[in-house]
Design a protein around this ligand. Structure first.
Ligand code: CP
Ligand code: NVA
Length: 313
């Protein structure tokens, strides 16, 4: 039995550094066709928010493994008619082999984890987006051949993606800088958790990797190898989108800001992107952009995750 079999993935910090490395290696082997595990299991997708990439990449990954997928849109289940989550969880646990959930409150994921024996996967909550960051790390490893010692700067809202990047980068020995306006900083608990992870990896020869939160976009970007951004208003915050544009404008990834990064820097975006808001059309379509590889890697990283959590071989 592998170390991940039967486990939940609610936060990226549920994984150790070694487990992330093992998942990335398996994802690379799957992508290269070096291994072809089979798995005739059933994945449920319980999504309370819209999704293109996560929904389709999980579905295709499961189909390619020989498994099946049930789309549990809450509008067609009894969930939106008031059935308690704990009851839904105990019933789904009797039918499914694994359940990926996209929702608002992290606590909902915890409720499912508490009442289910099957693996529960966070397919995005307001707090974290761990599956995204596994694909991001795979993309960075493909581009640079390594992760440790690289510096990634995330610019924009201190949101779910920023939180999982903080944890993921600290776990794999990357430096992480977050550049965002005051009032939109990442959660202090997650920053402290990332700092604690970075400190725990340090040795007498090797100081802790950097965990920096700054309101200065140029300081954030100076010399870094990876620039990353996400929408300025996440799902559920649509009514705030227009008022945020002037506040976040200095954090837009454009050619000028990109010129302060390393000359070989790459640009990532989890997508969907709002062109000319958090990133210019010229940058996302430009030579530095790796967003389409990044999106493809959602499927390979999640296939590795499914194989590992389900114990397929
Ligand atoms: N990046 C991401 O999670 O995309 P979707 O919202 O389309 O799933
Ligand atoms: N922060 C964004 C990510 C979308 C993939 C959101 O939560 O809407």
């Amino acid at each position: 039995m592998n170390a991940l079999q039967g486990r939940d993935l609610l936060s990226l910090a549920d994984l150790s550094a070694q487990e992330i490395q093992d998942l990335l290696q398996l994802a690379a082997d799957l992508k290269a066709g070096k291994v072809k595990p089979r798995c005739d299991k059933v994945l449920g997708l319980l999504f309370n928010k819209a999704s293109t990439r996560t929904r389709v990449s999980f579905t295709v990954a499961m189909y390619q493994l020989g498994g099946q997928v049930i789309d549990l849109n809450p509008n067609v289940t009894q969930i939106n008619r008031g059935e308690p989550l704990a009851d839904t969880a105990r019933v789904l646990n009797r039918y499914l082999d694994i359940l990926a959930i996209r929702t608002f409150e992290q606590q909902e994921l915890q409720t499912f984890a508490d009442y289910c024996d099957i693996p529960i996967v966070n397919a995005l909550s307001d707090r974290e987006h761990p599956c995204q960051i596994l694909a991001d790390l795979l993309t960075i490893q493909e581009c640079f051949g390594t992760l440790a010692g690289l510096t990634l700067t995330y610019l924009g809202d201190g949101n779910n993606v920023a939180h999982s990047l903080l944890l993921g980068c600290a776990l794999v020995g990357m430096n992480i800088r977050i550049g965002c306006p005051g009032g939109y900083l990442p959660d202090g608990e997650i920053v402290a958790q990332a700092q604690a992870i970075a400190n725990s990896r340090a040795t007498t020869q090797q100081p802790p990797t950097e965990v920096l939160v700054t309101e200065d976009p140029k300081e954030a970007v100076a010399g870094v190898q990876i620039l990353y951004t996400d929408v300025w208003a996440s799902m559920g915050q649509e009514s705030l989108a227009d008022s945020r544009i002037p506040i976040f404008q200095p954090y837009q990834i454009n050619d000028q800001l990109l010129s302060f990064a390393d000359s070989h820097a790459i640009v990532l975006h989890c997508l969907p992107a709002h062109r000319e808001e958090e990133i210019t059309d010229a940058v996302i379509e430009g030579v530095r952009s790796r967003v389409w590889d990044q999106a493809e890697n959602r499927m390979h990283a999640q296939k590795a995750l499914l194989v590992s959590l389900l114990g397929a071989d």
